[in-house]
Design a protein around this ligand. Structure first.
Ligand code: TXA
Ligand code: MG
Length: 346
């Protein structure tokens, strides 16, 4: 398949590029597009056959449901039950933006989107290109992250091209994603908010709305094979480069000594900007993912750094542990998955 790659300069939904992209979506084709979190791989959410193509293009397991993207929270009511008392408060505070809410579904949403579950995940992206595409399409857009299944989510059009060129109909290049990690996923239950996947909307942000916020144990711990995941995506190894990754904790000097030793044995090192100097900054096996004092930069650069290791010939990667507070919880969650929860203390 020939993949058209477009780079619209205007965010106008009536711009020719968006009109063409909107027609593709309505015809049941696949279009990758930027959002404020990561790039998504979109199809008409009301067309089950179109959504089936997403699973094929990504090699996505058929039991992992998709997020539906709409322009405004007022539209949720067409697709799910919105009578939970926290819904209007969350919508007002965080939408449009990087928050996905799981609610009981209505039957306007085909089973291909929800893989037969009785709930559906919805969000309103704030990125102007994502919004122009949804508006031009005139239908809700189902979209997982636009990576091959198991790879780190794409934060640039180049990442999407590497994974999806020839597999989908169009890629809209909107530059680098702002946040760099996928949206916060929550479900609303009788006992409050369940945080299933942390993101830019943090646990602490959610606590400003209610004190009833429960962090799913799967956020920082490996699910046991007997546990039933609250979200199917929790089961899978994610964000993983080809080499095996181990997270390293301990006193800073000890971690740096350990990194030096592993580097001398040809391993890869994923560290903070501040560590580069200590580790001989120009070594090709050393990549940093941001300043240790700047969680936003770590979030923004983590997936690109993980992808970059696939271009380097290393079998093992050792990674710095980061904070689990605020945005650090989301970064730690993705890193732990990239590590398949392998951690050592030095
Ligand atoms: O930022 C994002 O959320 C990006 C952009 C494109 O919007 N999308 C994204 O989608 O990360 P995806 O498919 O890679 O992750 C969606 C997660 C999966 O872990 C999936 O299992 C979970 O949301 N999910 C979707 N629908 C669900 C449902 N009804 N119940 C439980 N979990 C659900
Ligand atoms: Mg994904």
């Amino acid at each position: 398949m020939n993949t058209q790659i477009i780079k619209p300069s205007l965010m106008d939904p009536n711009h020719d590029d968006f009109l063409r992209a909107g027609v593709l979506i309505r015809e049941g084709k696949l279009v990758a597009f930027p959002t404020e979190t990561v790039y998504g791989l979109g199809a008409n959410a009301l067309d089950g056959n179109a959504c089936d193509k997403i699973f094929e293009a990504k090699g996505r397991p058929h039991d992992n449901p998709l997020i539906v993207h709409v322009l405004n929270p007022e539209e949720f009511d067409n697709y799910c039950e919105t009578d939970h008392p926290l819904f209007p408060v969350l919508a007002k505070r965080f939408m449009p933006g990087p928050l996905t809410i799981i609610l009981p579904k209505k039957n306007t949403i085909p089973d291909s989107v929800t893989v037969g579950l009785n709930t559906v995940a919805l969000r309103c992206p704030s990125h102007p290109v994502a919004r122009a595409l949804i508006e031009a399409a005139g239908v809700p857009i189902a979209a997982p992250s636009a990576n091959l299944s198991g790879k780190p989510s794409p934060t640039t059009a180049e990442h999407v091209i590497a994974d999806m060129n020839g597999r989908i109909d169009m890629i809209i290049d909107g530059g680098c994603a702002d946040v760099g990690l996928e949206s916060t996923v929550i479900s609303l239950k009788d006992d409050g908010i369940h945080l299933l996947r942390p993101g830019f909307v943090t646990y602490e942000d959610l606590l400003t709305v209610t004190d009833q916020v429960i962090i799913s144990p799967a956020v920082l711990e490996m699910l046991k094979s007997t546990d039933r995941p609250e979200s199917p995506g929790m089961k899978y190894r994610h964000y993983a480069p080809e080499a095996s990754v181990t997270m390293v904790s301990g006193r800073e000097e000890k971690v740096i000594d350990f990194f030096r030793e592993k580097l001398s044995k040809g391993c890869g090192i994923l560290c903070f900007d501040e560590d580069l100097e200590l580790l001989s900054a120009n070594h090709p096996n050393v990549l940093s993912f941001g300043s240790k004092y700047d969680l936003a930069s770590q979030a923004n650069r983590l997936f690109d750094a993980l992808r970059s290791f696939d271009r380097i010939d290393v079998k093992e990667i050792y990674a710095r542990q980061t904070s689990t507070h605020a945005l650090g919880l989301a970064i730690s969650n993705r890193l732990l998955r990239a590590c398949a929860f392998k951690q050592i203390e030095v």
